[in-house]
Design a protein around this ligand. Structure first.
Ligand SMILES: *Cc1c(COP(=O)(O)O)cnc(C)c1O
Length: 327
């Protein structure tokens, strides 16, 4: 399994790379009664990794087609998204600007050191300024309007981003080595969940929330599912039907009790699971997303009793660069 490089900004080349992503079957030592596989999207590219690659593809193509030279985005000091944007900018010839939450610390995070090395210009803003990131005057207030850049919101969560995830959903349907009952994915904003939920028909999509989010992931995901339905619908009735189907199904499919203490928290039981898993399998996990996802399925498998073997696909959504924050 050699990681490939996304060497061109081209939809066909990207789709081909996505089709090459390996599926790996796990032993059932930690998942009793289940046949579990992992789709290794951490390997889609060594730097533009995981679900962030999918959320970026249509944004990058759009920026290029509009003749834009600079991509502007925002995130925290360990953001997988900021890292991916900086790498994509270096690879495909965009300037990049990262608006980073909080003050510049004397010793930058490994993520931000990489980002600067890739050529990204970092603009540190206070937490209260950062809270305005959704407001329309945000770039103007920071003096970044004159860059004339293409703005990608935090986490790549915009319509082009969720459409990129739909592409992933279609590739999963095409390339699954066995017929899965379910595909499981970690949820931060819920955008990846929404893209998969609205593009995968042959199996159900289960989202594991990695933070204490109240209803916000559900409402975010519902918003994107409706937007996608409107975008692809041929008429009003279609929109109605698609969004009803989705809203009913989607609240059942989000699991909110596996956040292990909150965003970025690496609790002792989670550490224990990670050690046990990595002793068993050759799949690297990071604490923020993938470890919580895999742990959730482990706990489900241990508590449920079934007579029928269920086949579950875990989506490895990348994020391994963030492991350096836990060293
Ligand atoms: C960003 C991220 C997610 C969460 O994606 P959302 O679309 O925000 O729900 C999951 N896994 C990894 C590794 C990520 O970097």
């Amino acid at each position: 399994m050699l990681p490939s490089f996304l060497d061109r900004l081209d939809l066909q080349a990207f789709t081909d790379a996505a089709r090459e992503v390996p599926y790996q079957q796990l032993s059932n030592a930690l998942f009793p009664g289940l046949d579990v596989w992992v789709r290794r999207d951490d390997l889609v590219d060594p730097l533009i990794s995981g679900n962030k690659a999918y959320k970026l593809i249509f944004n990058l193509i759009k920026a290029r087609d509009q003749g834009v030279r600079t991509i502007i985005t925002c995130g925290g000091a360990w953001s997988n998204h900021v890292h991916a944007v900086a790498a994509a900018g270096a690879r495909f010839g965009f300037q990049t600007v990262g608006i980073i939450r909080g003050e510049r610390s004397r010793r930058l995070s490994a993520t931000l050191r990489d980002a600067e090395r890739f050529g990204m210009k970092l603009e540190f803003v206070s937490r209260s300024q950062y809270r305005q990131r959704g407001a329309c005057g945000f770039l103007f207030d920071l003096g970044l309007e004159r860059e004339g850049g293409y703005f990608v919101p935090e986490g790549g969560a915009n319509l082009a981003g969720v459409k990129g995830v739909q592409l992933l959903g279609r590739v999963i349907e095409e390339t699954s080595p066995v017929a899965f009952d379910q595909v499981w994915v970690a949820c931060g904003t819920g955008a990846t969940f929404a893209g998969l939920f609205s593009s995968i028909q042959s199996m159900s999509v289960v989202g594991v929330e990695v933070l204490k989010a109240g209803d916000s992931i559900l409402s975010n995901a519902s918003y994107w599912i409706k937007r996608l339905a409107c975008d692809s619908a041929s008429g009003q009735a279609d929109v109605q039907r698609l969004s009803e189907k989705s809203l009913g199904g989607c609240s059942q499919s989000l699991l909110s009790s596996f956040h292990c203490g909150g965003y970025g928290k690496f609790s002792p039981p989670l550490r224990k699971f990670k050690r046990a898993f990595e002793a068993q399998e050759r799949v690297p996990l990071e604490p923020v997303y993938t470890c919580k996802l895999f742990n959730a399925l482990h706990r489900r498998a241990c508590e449920a009793r079934r007579d029928e073997v269920e086949r579950v696909l875990l989506l490895h959504s990348g994020g391994l660069q963030g492991l350096r924050g836990y060293e």
